[in-house]
Design a protein around this ligand. Structure first.
Ligand SMILES: Cc1cc2nc3c(=O)[nH]c(=O)nc-3n(C[C@H](O)[C@H](O)[C@H](O)COP(=O)(O)OP(=O)(O)OC[C@H]3O[C@@H](n4cnc5c(N)ncnc54)[C@H](O)[C@@H]3O)c2cc1C
Length: 399
């Protein structure tokens, strides 16, 4: 059966699950985040307030945290998971605690990820889970591995602990049949992450893609990497899982490259990033016999490109090897319209103690000021829906 036509303009479907007060909160927040000066001040003040122990948790939790996070724990996030599930949208619970450096924190994160897998195992509304490698490893250790430097005895022990935690997580994911995405991070630790991802894919993906890696298409070397990975999977007979994203660390990548005087790993233009994203989609779908694909994007053109390519290659809209995904709190017009048309779609749903998810929230706020085109569009759609409701008398006049 051909996939039904899809439009991202339908704001009624897009915001159907949002009550009027929720819609108003989103409108207010996106308007505030549209102001780059304000976002800069907010980021600095929030980090400072946490450092000196000011009680800012309650206002943050009621506003920006509520927009972009499920809750402070798995339990607290269950309501959002169920709500998304009712609209046929899966949740990817993402324990978003960042910047930890102690072994005991890494074991805590490992245990938390095992808990997510256990929860997902019995809940079809949680089809995948995810992991940031820096959640279970020191950043500087990955950096050293990336540089292929010799580790001293203590570092070697720490690295074996990282590997041990990873093996345990992947083994449990495979036993529970809950696939897991490894997020992509800064380029100066990414090769270390790639090495571990490939090893875990080879180990666990004999029957299907249980471990999925992430490719940032703002890097000019990723098409080559993708082709080599597919060849390796074919040669060694395992499946690969690929989450395609554009990449979240563009500023720090370019600044570091300029400061240290090496060629930036980032594409020279946004157009090149867009071109490679769509090219990678094509390559993945043309190799769907060994690749499971997730398009992690808020870009409408790329989403449409994937839909068109699926049609061209006669891949069913609900084929389990193709997923679309957006971040919770963003681009509902894409997520809900995709779900309505029968595509597999998920939301990345971060959760964790308010103070610990602040770096994630700051990235979201910055992103919403940065990409004027797409996010201006988000604000425009919310306003359109508010007006539509007003006109159809769902909201009392004047509200
Ligand atoms: C489900 C999901 C999972 C994600 N996981 C990760 C992850 O693991 N790792 C990660 O790094 N990010 C991740 N992201 C964030 C992602 O990388 C993007 O920052 C974000 O989605 C915005 O890109 P977009 O595809 O939605 O499209 P758009 O809004 O069209 O593109 C914006 C992106 O284009 C790129 N770009 C902007 N200007 C330029 C320029 N001048 N030159 C070159 N490139 C440019 C940047 O990557 C920027 O973020 C994830 C996003 C989603 C939705």
């Amino acid at each position: 059966m051909p996939a039904p036509e899809i439009s991202f303009e339908n704001t009624e479907k897009a915001f159907n699950a949002k009550g009027s007060s929720e819609l108003k909160r989103s409108l207010w927040l996106f308007k505030l985040m549209g102001n780059p000066g304000l976002v800069k001040v907010f980021s600095k003040l929030t980090l400072f307030a946490i450092k000196i122990g000011l009680p800012i948790k309650a206002p943050i939790k009621a506003t920006i945290f509520k927009q972009f996070c499920g809750g402070e724990s798995i339990e607290e996030s269950k309501e959002v998971v169920a709500k998304l599930g009712r609209s046929h949208i899966g949740s990817i619970l993402d324990y978003s605690v960042e910047g930890k450096e102690r072994e005991e924190d890494f074991y805590k994160t490992k245990d938390e990820v095992l808990k997510i897998i256990k929860t997902a195992k019995d809940n079809p509304a949680i089809p995948y889970t995810s992991l940031k490698l820096t959640g279970i490893s020191r950043f500087d250790l990955l950096e050293k591995m990336n540089l292929k430097q010799i580790l001293n005895a203590e570092e070697e022990k720490d690295y074996q602990n990282v590997r041990g935690r990873l093996v345990e997580i992947c083994y449990y994911a495979a036993q529970s049949n809950v696939p897991i995405y490894f997020d992509a991070e800064e380029s100066w630790i990414q090769e270390a992450i790639d090495t571990l991802s490939e090893e875990m894919m080879e180990l666990n993906n004999k029957k299907s893609a249980i471990v999925l890696t992430t490719l940032q298409m703002y890097r000019w070397d990723r098409i080559d990497y993708l082709k080599k990975l597919i060849q390796k999977a074919r040669d060694k007979k395992f499946f690969i899982g690929i989450k395609l994203v554009r990449g979240a660390y563009i500023e720090r990548e370019n600044i570091r490259a300029a400061e240290m005087g090496y060629k930036s790993p980032i594409q020279s233009t946004k157009e090149n990033t867009d071109r490679d994203f769509d090219k990678a989609v094509d390559i993945c779908l043309e190799n769907i016999d060994v690749v499971t694909l997730c398009a992690g994007t808020h870009n409408e053109a790329s989403t449409m490109h994937l839909i068109d390519k699926m049609k061209e290659l006669k891949i069913a809209n609900d084929d389990v090897r193709v997923y679309f995904s957006q971040l919770y709190g963003m681009s509902d017009h894409i997520t809900y319209n995709l779900a309505d048309a029968g595509y597999n779609v998920t939301k990345y749903l971060p959760y964790g103690p308010v103070n610990s998810v602040i770096p994630y929230l700051i990235r979201r706020a910055e992103e919403n000021t940065g990409i004027a085109g797409q996010m201006g569009r988000e604000l425009k759609l919310i306003i359109e829906e508010k007006n539509r409701r007003h006109n159809s008398k769902l909201l009392p006049a004047g509200k």
